[in-house]
Ligand binder design. Sequence first.
Ligand SMILES: O=C(NCCCCCn1ccc2cnccc21)c1cc(-c2ccc(F)cc2)cc(O)c1O
Ligand SMILES: [Mg+2]
Length: 214
Amino acid sequence: TRSTRPQRMLKAVQKNAIRGNPESVISAIDYFCKHSEWAMNVGDEKGCILDSVVTEVDPSTVLELGTYCGYSTVRIARLLSPGTKFITVEFNPASAEVARKIIAYAGLQDKVTLVEGASGDLIPQIKKLYGITTFDFIFLDHWKDRYLPDIKLFEEYGLLGKGSVLLADNVICPGTPEYLEYVRNSPRYESRYYPSHLEYTKVEDGLEKSLFLG
Ligand SMILES: O=C(NCCCCCn1ccc2cnccc21)c1cc(-c2ccc(F)cc2)cc(O)c1O
Ligand SMILES: [Mg+2]
């Protein structure tokens, strides 16, 4: 049967990247997406903004919602200090399977816990299952209509501490209007918009960084 786009992306990584070299894995995926097939990775332009925020926060605990093929997982994991707890969540089993292989190809499998499931089911269990009290950094890149309900779950289950940083992808395209309205109007967050473009295109998009004030 016909291969899937994630499977073709994995083949491109295995062919063009160097095992154990995260930078080469990132480059191979970006090359594939620019020259072969567009795919919904955060991409190189927004990826550099992601890198700068992760570096600035230097988190001890990280949550990513929306692993997809592991591109942003690799971008984040390569910057983390030893001992950092990094959980990434993927709903689609086929994507999760490819992501595991891409993360392992980059040599970062020991830094990442990939969990398969839906954020709404997982968030209430994270403290119990993974012994996490609060997340220093959260990257939102899953179903766009889940960003708002999930940030409310983070608050409800006490998963945010003073200084926790949330970074949301696609706040313009496909767009997350209700989430933006919430974080920009809530007195509990300090929000800032980072203008950019939809991965591998000239279409306007950007990242919203929100600091939880406690
Ligand atoms: O849809 C996007 N991502 C989400 C994919 C599905 C996530 C499923 N999932 C994973 C974890 C998880 C946990 N709980 C529940 C569900 C969960 C997305 C789309 C575009 C895009 C597409 C077409 C277009 F024309 C323009 C833009 C660009 C992006 O950068 C994107 O991120
Ligand atoms: Mg995205």
